[in-house]
Structure formats: C-alpha cells, structure tokens
Ligand binder design. Sequence first.
Ligand SMILES: [Zn+2]
Ligand SMILES: [Zn+2]
Ligand SMILES: [Zn+2]
Ligand SMILES: [Zn+2]
Ligand SMILES: [Zn+2]
Ligand SMILES: [Zn+2]
Ligand SMILES: [Zn+2]
Length: 1747
Amino acid sequence: MADGQLREASLGGEPEPEPEPVVRSWQEGVDLCSGIYQHLKEYVPPVLCSGSEAKPAEENRAYQKLLQTLEWYLFGETPADGFAKLEQSNSSSQLCGRVFKGGEATYSCRDCAIDPTCVLCVDCFQNSVHKNHRYKMNSSYGGGFCDCGDVEAWKTGPACKMHEHGASEDSANSASQLPVGLAERAQQLFTIIFRYIIDMLIWTEDKELPLGLQPREKTDSYFCVLFNDEQHSFEHVIHSLQRSLGCSQREAQSHTTLIDREGRRAVKHGTLQSCQETKLDVINITNSVFQSPLRVEILHSSVVSHQNFALRLLSWLSQVVSNSAGLRQIFCEVVLNQEPESDQPCLSSRLMLADAKLWKGARKAFHELIVCSLLMETEYKRLFAIEFITHYKQLQLEFVDDDHDRNVSVTAQSVQIFTVPTLARHLIEEHDALKIIIETIIELFSEHMDNGKLHFQSYSQDKLSRKQMVLYDLKYVLISKPPLWTDKLRERFLEGFKTFLKLLKTMQNMEPMSRQIGQHLEIEPEWEPAFAIQVLLKCILSMIQEWCASDEQVLLQAYKECHRVLSQCTNECSQRDARKQLNMLNMCGHSISLKRYLVSREPVSIHLPLSRLLAGLHVHLNKSGAIDKLEEYVPSSDFQVEKLMDYPLRCLVLMAQVSADMWRRNGFSLVNQAFCYRKVKWREEMFDKDIIMLQIAASMMDPNRFLMFLLSRFELFEVFSKSPVPRNKDVIQQTNVLVEELLHLIIIVVGERYVPGVGHVKKDDVTLREVIHLLCIEPMPHSELAQSLPENENNETGLENVIHQVATFKKPGLSGHGVYELKPEYLKHFNLFFYHYYKSQQTKAEDEQKKRKKQSNSNEALPPPLPPPFYSTFVKVTNILNCDVLMLILRTVLQRAVDSTGRLWSEAMIQKTLHLICMALQEEQRQLEGEEDVNFDVYLKATRVGSSAVNAESILSLLEKLRCVPQLDAQKDMIIWTLQMFEAVKKLREKSSPCSATEAASQKTHETTQDEDKAERKRKAEAAKLYRQKIMAQMSAMQKNFIESNKHLYEKATEAPKQETVRTEVDSITNAEDPGVALGPMQGATAAEKIILICILCQEEQEVKTDEMAMVLAACVQRSTALSKSRSRTITNLGDDCDPLIMHPDLGCGTHVGSCGHVMHASCWQKYFEAVQNSTRNRLHAELPFDLETGEFLCPLCKALCNTVLPVIPQQAHNLDSKDTETVAQILTLSRWLQNVVTRIIGLNASDSKENESKLMQASPTSWKDAVEFRSILSFGVQSPIKYSKSIVEMLQLFATAVFRVGLKVAPNEADSRVPLMAWNACAFTIQSIENILNDEDKVLFGSLPDRQGLSLKAVLQFAASQRMVASPKVIQKHLSRLMSVFLPHLDVEDTWSILDIDFFHLLVSLVLAFPSLYWEETVELQPSDISCAFNNLYLFHLVTMAHIVQILLTSTTDCPMEQDGEESEESQSAAELYEVLREYTSRSLEYKPHGCYLWNCVKCGIFPFLRCSALFFNYLLGVPPPEELSKDSSEGQFEALCLYLALPTNLFKLFQEHQDIVSPLLQRWCSDSSVQSFLKGERTTVQYPRERNQLMELPEDYSCILNQGSQYKCSRSSDDETKNLALCMFCGAMLCSESQCCREEVNGEEIGACVAHAINCGSGLGMFLRIRECQVLLLAGKNRGCFIPAPYLDDYGETDQLLRRGNPLHLCTERYKKLERLWQQHRILEEITRSQDMNQVVIGLEWQQF
Ligand SMILES: [Zn+2]
Ligand SMILES: [Zn+2]
Ligand SMILES: [Zn+2]
Ligand SMILES: [Zn+2]
Ligand SMILES: [Zn+2]
Ligand SMILES: [Zn+2]
Ligand SMILES: [Zn+2]
C-alpha cells in the first residue's frame, strides 16, 4: 500500500514547466523570494527519495531540472551560454586550491614551508622550485587543499610555474567586472537559496515544513530515516537492519554503506504508523546494555525531499562559485553579511553553529563550499576567520559532544585559518584569539577539576582526544612569531599569557603521588592523560617562550607574571607545611635552615609546568641580557630561589628514589612516568627544565648551602655527616644508589651547559652533541637518530645540519638499513655521564668506548670532555666543584672504598667521584692557564687532610690507595688519569708561566705513563686478561641472542660446513675420459650411490638403502603459477574432473616440491609429528602458523613450513656391457623399437579388454598369433626390479598422496589412478622451475645448486621414478599408452592432443618414467635391463625432441620474416629444408619462408630451456656425470655440451633426416591437426618459445608516482571517492581495493577481501601485493595466512618507510625488488609468511581473509 501511494505521489506531481516562463513569472512577481519558494514547494516534494536502486538517477534528473530554472534566472539566458561567458571573463587564480582526495600524494618542503601543514599537489610540486629541496611526501586523508600560490605558506617559491602568473591584484574586485544585472541577480538568488538551505537543513520539527513551503494537502507519506553514528560497527548495523526491516543482506549492506558515507538514509517509506513501527523495531533490536540504540527519525516525505534538494543546492553553489571569482565574492558577501535589523549571526555562522547537529553528507557539502568560496578569497577568509573565532568556544564545546570524526566537523577548518601567520596574528591582536582558545581549553577541562587542580580519573578517551584538538589550534596560532610588536599586540598577548598561566596553575603539582609502604598500590592511577597533554603542551610552551623572547618588554612582563603565579602556587602549597619547624643543618662549618620535607613520605608531583616555564624564561632573560632589568620587575627580595628550586628538586629526588627501587610498590604507572619524564618527547619541558632550575639556584646560592639542600632532599644528609651505622642490606643498597644519583645530579648541574643561554652554544651545537652521544652507543640508522632527537614545532630535529659533519654513512645490504657511524675525531666529546642517556644506553656506550680504546691500545680512561663556558650569570655554578661540602662528599666516598670493609660504596659511585674530581681539576687548570682570577684551589683542598673527621686522609692519598683496590681494576686507567691531572695542576701551580706549565703537564703525563707501565705491567696484563674474558662472555651471550632472534639467517650461514651430514659418494666411477653421455648406447657407467645421512631428530647416522628404514626430507608441496603467463588456468586445473595427463605449454598451474633439505628417520618424524599434533590440539584457540588438518608442520630444525615428507632413495648403478650394447644397437633401430612398442601396447590393451581371452592365451601361448611380437620387447634385456622396504613404500605413498591432494586440491586417495601422473608432473615442474631460477641468476646448470637442494631434487626424481613400482602397473600402462598416442597414431585411444597444447618436457618425464611398465608381465615382475633402458630413453627423448622442434618452428617463427645475412651453415640449410616440408604439410598455411639461418636460431633459442631441463632430469635420474662445460661459467659451448650429454647431433635436424621413414607420417599428422591450422590462420594464440619469463610488475623509480597512480585509480565497483586501501598485484598489475566493502567477493559461500579472492587465481592462493598507501608488501597464502614486509623502496638514508610515517622521498631499490621476485620464483612466499608469523606473533591475529 505504501508503494502505491508513492507512485501516486510522484505521478500526481505535474512535470515541471520549461524554465524560461517560470523565470519570467518570478521577475514579474512582487517578491522574488516567495516566487521561488512557491516554485520549490510545488516541484520539490514530488521528487521522492526512496530506498530502491533505480531511483537516484531519476531523482537526479528532476533536481537537475530545478537547478536549471535557477541558472536561467541567474544568467538571464541559457545556462550553458552563461557559464561559458563566465569562464571567459574569469582570469586564472593565483591560488591552486585543489582539494585532495584520500590517498592523493601531497608534498611539503622542509626548507621553505612555514609549517608542515603547508602542502602542494603533485602538479604544483612538479612545477615548483621545491622539488629540488628537501621535501616530504605523504598520502592525504582527504579534505585539505593545495597551498600553491599562498604567499604566507612558503618562505620562498610560493607559487609553481602554473600559478605564479595568476592575477592576484585585479581579482580583489572581480565582482564589479561581472556583466550588468548578473551581480544583482546573483546577490538576490544566493541570499534566498542559502536561507532556504539553512531553513531546510537545520529544520528540527521533524514532521512539519516551514511556512511558505507547506504543501496544499498533507499526505500520509513518511520516511523512516536512519542516522550514522561512530558507535555501532558495520556488521552490527547490517545485522540489525536485516532483522528489523526484514530485508536481504545485500540490501542491508547497501543501506549501511550509504549511512556510513552520507550520514543518513531513508530505510523505509510508508504511512506514519508503519514507519513508527519500524522505528520501534530498530530501536528495540539495537538497544543493548553496552550501546545506545541507533538514531532513527520519522520525517514527512516532503521534508526529506526539501532536505535532499538543499543538499544538492550546496554542491550546486560550490560549482557555481568555483567558476567565477566575481560570483564567489558576491556569495561570500551574502553569507558573511550581518543583517542589520536582525540579532542573528550571519548566514554562514548560522549554518556553522548547526554543524554538529547536521548529518555527515550535509556537513561535507557545507565544508566543501567553505573551502571553495570563503577560504579562496583573502579578505573574506579574514572575515570568516573572525566569525570562526567569535563562535570558537561554542563550536568546540559542541564538537566534544559530537560523535563524528573530526574531519567531518567544521572545527577542522581551524588549520586553514590559524596557520596563516598574518591572519593568526590579526586574530590575536584584534579578536583576542589567544585568550579565547585558552579559555576554551580551561572550560573543556573544567569537568576534570578537583580542588583547583586537574585530575583525570575515569575519563573518556574519545572525549579527551577531542578536547586535545584545541591544543593543536593553540599551537597553530603560535606557529609564527610576530616580526613586529605593537602595543596592542603586546597587551593582547600578555592577556592571553595570563590566561595560559591560569591553565598551567591547574596543572602545577597536579596528581601528586605518595610512596606506598608495606603493600602494593591497589589501583594504578591514570597517568597517561596528563602526559598526553604534556606532549602537546611541550610545543606550545616552547613557542610561547619564543614569542616572549622576541620582545624584551613582553619577556620581562611575562616573567613577572609567571613568577607571581608560581610564588602564589608555592605559597598555597607551603601553607600546608606552615606548622613545620625550620631545621638547622650544619656541615663543614656551613649551615642552612630549611623545613623538613621527605619525598619518601610526603606527596610529590611530576607536573610542574609553571616552574619549568619560569626556568625557560629565565634562560631567555639571560640570553637577551634583559636579566639586568629584572630587578625592576621582580625585586630580589621577592625572589626566593630556594623555594623555586624546591619542587623541581623533589621531582628529581623522586626519580632517584625510583631508580633506587624505593617506589616499587607504586606499580608500573610510576615506572612509566619516570621513563616519560626523561623521554625525548617530553624531557625538554620536564627533566631538562628542572635541571635548568637547579642551575639557576646554584648560580645564585652559596655552593655549600646548595649542596646541603640537595643532601637534605635526597635524605642523605646523615650518610655524610655521621659515621655509618650498620644497617640491613636493602637499605645500604638503596642508599648507595641514591648517592650515585646525587653524584650524577651534581655532575649534570655543573657540567651540562648545552642550552643556548646557559652555556655559550648554538642550536646546532646542541644537536651535534646529542648526535655524537647517540652514535657513541652504536652506529644508527637515520630514523632512529631522528626519533631520539627532540623535534621543534615543525617536526624538525636539525639532524641534517650536523650529521654529515660528525658521521659517515654506511649503505645497507639486501635487508636491514643504512647506518651512520661516528667519525673518530668526535669521540673525544664523549661524556660518560651525558644527561640524556638512560642507564642501559650509558652502559652500552661505556662498553663500546672502552672496547674501542682497547682496540687502539690506548688507555681506557673515559675522562670528562671540556664543557663550553657558562653564560656569565651562570658562572658561579662551577663553584660547587670547589666547595667544602663537595670535598667532604668526595672524600667520604673514597675513604669508604679504601676501607672497603663495609658495602657502603659501589664502583659506579667511584666512577662518578673520579669524574667530578677531574671536572674540578679541569676547571682549576683552565683558570690557571687563563687570564682571569684564579679562585679555585681544588688541588690544595684535595691534598689537605680532611677537616671534619680527625683521621681523614687527603683525597690525593686516598686515590693512590684506591689503585690497589682489586674491585676497581676496571677503573684503574681512570684513577691513573686523575692522578696525572693532579700532577699537571701541581706543575701549573709551581710554574708561573702558564705556557710552559702545559708543556710540563703533558711531559709529565708521558713520564708517568712510562713509570706506570713498568710497575704495573704484570697487573695490567692480568686485568686485560680478565677484561677479555668478560668481553668474550658478553660476546658469546650476545651472539646467542642474535642466533635466537635471527635463527633462519644463522642456519643458512652455518649450514654449509655442517653439510658433512650429506655425504654422497659418486667419485669412484667418474672417469675423466668418459664422454659424458646420459642416453643410448654410449651411456656412461655409474656406480650405486652411497648416501649417509644424519637424522636431525635423533642425531644418528644411517646409510640410506632401499631395503632399510626410510630416511625422509621435510618437504612442502604447493600449487604454483610462478612459471605461467596465463594464470587463469588455476581454476580449471584442479578438482575431481581434472585430467592431469598432459600439461599445457603455458604451465598454467604446476605442482612444486620444495624442501629445506633436513633429513629425519621416517619413524623419528612420525613420532615428532604425532607429538606436535597432540600438544597443539590440546591448546584451545592456539594460533598456529600452520594448519594441522592438512598435515602441516614446521621443520624441527629450521622451522620452515612443510606439509609432507619425501623419502630419500639412492640412485642405482648402471653399467652397459659394451658387446651386448653393440649387438642391440645394430638390431634395434628407432623404427624397430617403435614397432615393438606398438605391438606391446596393442597387445596389452587387447589382453586388458579381453581378460578371459588373455588368460586363455597364457594357457596355450602358441595359439596367440602375435605372441612372439608381443613379447619381443622383452628380448632386448630385462631384469628384476629393486625391492623397497615396507617403510620406504609407505613413505612413497604418503608423499604421492600429498602431491596428489595438494596438486589437484582434492581429497586424498592413494588408489586414484591420477596419483602417478601427479608425481611425474610435480617432478617435471620442479625441474622446470629450478632451471628457470638458475637461468635467471645466470648460474651454471650443474654445480651451483646447494647440496641440500640437490639432495631433494634427486629425491623427487627417484620418488617419481618409483611410482611404477608402487602404483598398479596396469594403471601406469594405461597412462603410458595414452601418452604414447602423441607419437603412435595406430593406438586405439580416444583422446588426441594438438602438438600446440603439449608441454614436451612434462611429456618426456612422464614417458621416461612410465615406460618400464611395458615390461610388466602378470606372472613375473620384470623391468628393462640397463641396456634396454638406455635405448628406451634415447628413443623417447629423440621423439619428444623432434616434436618440440616442430612445435617451435610452427609457433615461434611467425613474427620475424626479415631476411638476414647469416652464414649459410649446414644447420640453417637443414632448417630451411625441414621448414619447407612443414609448409608442404600445412598446405602452405605457413606463408612466408624465413631465412634458414633465422630458423636455426629460433630453434636453438627455443629448445635451449628444454635441453637444459632434460639434462637435469637425466642427470638426477641416472647419475651420469655431465661434460665439464656444463659446470663452467661461460655461455660458450653450452649447446654443444648439452647435445653431447643428451646424445643429440649438434645439427638437430639430422634427427629428422635419419628417421625420415618414421617422421614423415608424424609430421603430416601433427601439421594437419585442426588446432594447428586454426593457429596458422590466426584464429587462436599459443605459447611461443623460449617461453617468456615471469617477472614482477615493473615499479616506478619514484614512489610518489605510485601514490599518484593510486589516487587517480577509480574503482568501477564503487560510486564514492572515499579513501581506499589500494593494493597492486605484483604478479599481474591488477589494482584492487583491499579491506574494502566494494570489492569483496563471495567464494564458496564466504565473503573474502579483494586481494585474497584475486590471489586464488592469480597465484593459486599465493599473493604478493603492494599496498600503496602503506608502502608495504602484503604476502598472502590462502585465506588464513599473510604477512607484511616493507616495500622495496628506500629513502636517501637507506631505510624503508612502512606506513609512510616519515615521508622522505623514496626510490626503488632494484636489489630488494629482485629479492621479492626471487621469493616468488623460488616458491618461498609461503615460507616467508610462516617465518614472519613465527617471529611476530601479532600478525597471526589479523583476519587475512578481509584483505
Ligand atoms: Zn596545486
Ligand atoms: Zn601551483
Ligand atoms: Zn622549498
Ligand atoms: Zn632419527
Ligand atoms: Zn629444515
Ligand atoms: Zn594478479
Ligand atoms: Zn573497489
């Protein structure tokens, strides 16, 4: 009934009248608006949207008509003419403005872009100056646009060649240049239309229409509309719709896709009541405990129509304004114009404010319109920006409550506005942008406020990340510093800064922690959100500091404000401590009074943004010299430095205590926080700033008081002020670590000066030093270096500026990446206690540097490098090194080490003490040598006897004693170095002339070294030995690890020497003089092969014999299309109906046998396999990389994937008795042989068909007339067959069944008659693929296969040959007679094959291996003797070769008739003759007659692979050693050697001449075949020889080419241009939508992804795809297996870039590309997948069938 109504409605509406008269009536009417509304009211509602597929086109046509009427009105003439005129008058724009589609490549210039959001489209980039700069590429997520032409986006080269001449000046008032009347009409029309759009889109009354549009009569026609949300999964919605609407899965899917894309979809049309029922159904079905129901609304059909039309109007407007700058300006004017009488915001703002309530489709259309109108005109962009910032807070608040992605929110436009520097500054200066944004943040965070501090407990991750977006906006507005400050800007900025301080205040001391004592923390606190915010704040903080620093007045004001707020904060905190008493501490005659506070007892917070901001500003004050004026702003009386440093110090103490394991009961969250505190992403605004704060304090305080303060906060005061009291081990251990940490902190405070403004260094010096220290750990790839360096707001590290100065680049090999190695001259800058080292890094660097020193035979001391000088205001920090308290600390540590009774010291402590002493002496030396006053007397203090304790010794004498402490052997060199420093300083002090002092020092150094050498030689040698042992132990441990993690590599590398396991002995017979002939009467003799193998499971050695237990190789059988050019045959080449007798020459799908070459006893393997099955079956949901059900397992040794085992069988001896051979040779000509064979086959067939008769015959043989002839074949020699042991037979059957099952994809059935055929085919195919690889790698035919591969190839051959003994001889005879029918027309066999459709190598293998079955007699088991065999093989081979030559001549000579002036050789003459004969037989279908020389060449090239395969085949079958030439690395003489080995005349055509009698009828038959005829007539195609090799698809050199190809690709099965995961099949070049709904396919009732489906045919289940946007290669094997490997592209630093994270330009690496190709051609894809799954457990969880 509903449908009936629908039809009525659409038919009821009259067809719309022609536009012209309508327009006239509008113009004549009083009110244009009501005229248009009247028209819309009449004609929009009849156009109904419905759920059906056919409708949209109709709907589209109707809307088109409506739009045309509007266009008529606009132009006053036919729209086509109007648009054409517009186009003419429109001057090209200077802005490119191209909007990016998802996946499109974008480019940014690291040298010239103002910030990383400035990007170019590919066309602009290619035409710009930046393509020669350091650029980055990326693939867009869609929505952004090209910034070409925007002078504010680029430092240089703002426009490409295409856009640089665009008219920018005169475009400012294009509106005035529009034709008369048009401007006015446009203004009116745009106003009315945009109002209509707003009215319709934000219409909330879901049932009624606005006045003026209400239909005359209301029908009961409603839609049930479903809305998109981001909560429900695709599958869930599809399922729910199926249930609630009762529709098919397909329909539900299409609804869901559209809902997802458009944001809403009418899923039902009907009466109000029926819609209400559906709505209830949907809600009931989708409502659950976990999720709210889907949003459903019921809308009147006319409302839906109007809304749909409004949406069309939006796109129409986009189109119209893109065509003309004039219209665009009028449009902007209209939507930005504040209506004077109304208090409502302008039109664009009204829609903007409704954004969060609109559905996806409407938002997208609106945003697109914004981009192509408001953002394209500088002036209107400014006006729009003002609107945007005015409503900023409201928009953001709504965005946070919205559940749609940010890219469909209008708030995402902020990046287009705030990143324009002038605009950003204008907004800050005139419209308070800074304050508004920060206030928005504060408001958004207000719900997380607890007692004035932020506190994130039970927060929503989604909402929080939405809130964080505002922080990005804050970053954007701050990106460029003002070149000029105005008073207004100062005022506004400081206003914003104060608001910012309010925000920071809520974070200062937030989320404090207390140490857990006794029991573990029960609930780990949420720490991530605070750190996530801190990461975003880092950039903002440093930019704010930069802004402040650019103006002295602002800097001082900001400092004052910051100090005020911080003091306020500190006072609030210390009020809690008000009751505490001041504590007086005394040490070395110095005293300090402070309030007691214990980090280990009282709350402490890591978050101190205010303190850190102040520290940062302080450094800037220093740098700019403004510090001199500080007194005016912050009087020194207010500046309580001890209070300022207290909180950062507490935080540092907390870190020390965490290191000392004192906080272990606080769980992992604290460990993580401590890690992040110093991690590169955070440390600049955390750890680094805390250090600076301490340095500030140290520069202002008395050094003794400073150290006492430290001691007290470290809770170590008593450790150094009292003599030690015995305590338990744990406490001692803790105390020791704390002392180490304290010493380290002192080293850092005094020594770390690499901050511009603290020390006299530049930015590059800082980066340089970081890089040096990173490379001191180990050589590193570029990306790792970049990741370990802090980024600035533009994500730059400055690495490129310095890297070439300090390091050399080492290129990568086939895998891995290029690395940078430190130049040796920079090693002297190494500081062992570099403050950014983690513990593990420090240890590694120390080992590395000591090792290096050891290797160069220099002493192993790692003294502190000379630091750069401090800025003048910080100079006093160094006084710490000379103060009494430090001396006391150092002496105490040394004393305890010398006493060495207690455990109150550690090696690390001594190391740091020595380091500090050296630093102090260095400073004294520097002062003594310099001009300035000397205030250091470290030397004196260190040589003086201690003042605090009575029996204290001097530091110097303690050091002397330390040399004898055995535990400190490793530090010996450093102790000696320190003592030498003392000497040098002493000399300096003694001599007045500084110049000679230095000399003396170095001389002295030399002398002492010699002395030491003498005295210490023995000890040193001892120490060295110890050290060596230690290193060796470390090395071997490392090696072990390496082996563990790189097992496969290692095994490959070490397997070679282990090869003793495979000992084959064939040498005895190899006679050098023997001509290597494998066939016929001259066949070389061979001895029985002796194979001794070691079982990898039980390690026992065994000789392989046919009558003993089988030894088996782990093997993998797979179907393969690797050799084929036409890979579609995979589908036909399988299943129960497939007849695999003859292989098609395109090798459509073959069966490949591979093996890792590892051997086991059959019984050992069986036990192993059973064990694997049992252990894994019991594991529930075990995710294994192999499939047990199909017999898969991993090789126990190398973990290669296997699916069966292959028995090893030794080759038999062959020896021809020369006399007998001669006799046979005389009688047995080819024709005689053929006669025998025919008779034999006919006889066998006959006896088969008349079984009774044959039995009769046996009873009385004489009555059988052909009896003699029938058996004549036997007269040339027979022998009894070899017997195989039961175990071998079993294994042979097992393997044969596996080959059969996998090769044909059928159920295993060992009795199937096709089993032997598959065995032979697998053998032939495996040889062909090996030949193919050898050829590709330019390797010699014999001798280049690794032993293990040779072993397995031999096994495959012996296996195939053994089929005649394992399978029923009857079956084999039947196969043989069918195979022989190619040559024997007399045979009564139904099937005949065209010579074009046979792969002759497959045929040869089958024939040779099946042939012995002819000798089988029912009563006696017989097989041909060696002599018979030799002749059989020879004649079979000759026949097949001749057929192949004919095949080549017929197929492969057609396209080159060019007359060549080749030498007229015997061969070419014979070739021409044979060709003439063929022309004869084909009734002259072979049209022209090429030159004989050319023909000979064709045959020679075409047959070469066949001959090579045949040589491999006969060699591995019989073991006759080949002529030497075939193992030589030279192409010369190969052909002749092959002919010799295969008993062929070098003039191949001689075969035809010799056997003319037999050949002629054959040729005749072959040529007259109908397929041949139709091929020659051009009616069919065929394979040409030599077969073209398979190669991977060619890839462009530059990766961005692929990206662009990908973005231009349009999927024919999908209508939208949404982002797709495009995948390129590297086998055939097909482009597919991976993981995408549009291209999924149903295979056997299961939905699978496009790649998996494609791979079924293209790679017979295997696939190799380049995932374009991810820049990685997807390997697939079937539905359940796959892995990702990097694409074969490298950046300039020799690194791959999976997922395009770094975006450096990428170039094809041909070696890696070749490696991928080999992976395919060598059938190792499956192996690679299993290996990667084995190593990387994560990928197993992926649902590969979705790809
Ligand atoms: Zn562009
Ligand atoms: Zn351009
Ligand atoms: Zn550039
Ligand atoms: Zn064994
Ligand atoms: Zn193995
Ligand atoms: Zn393909
Ligand atoms: Zn698709």
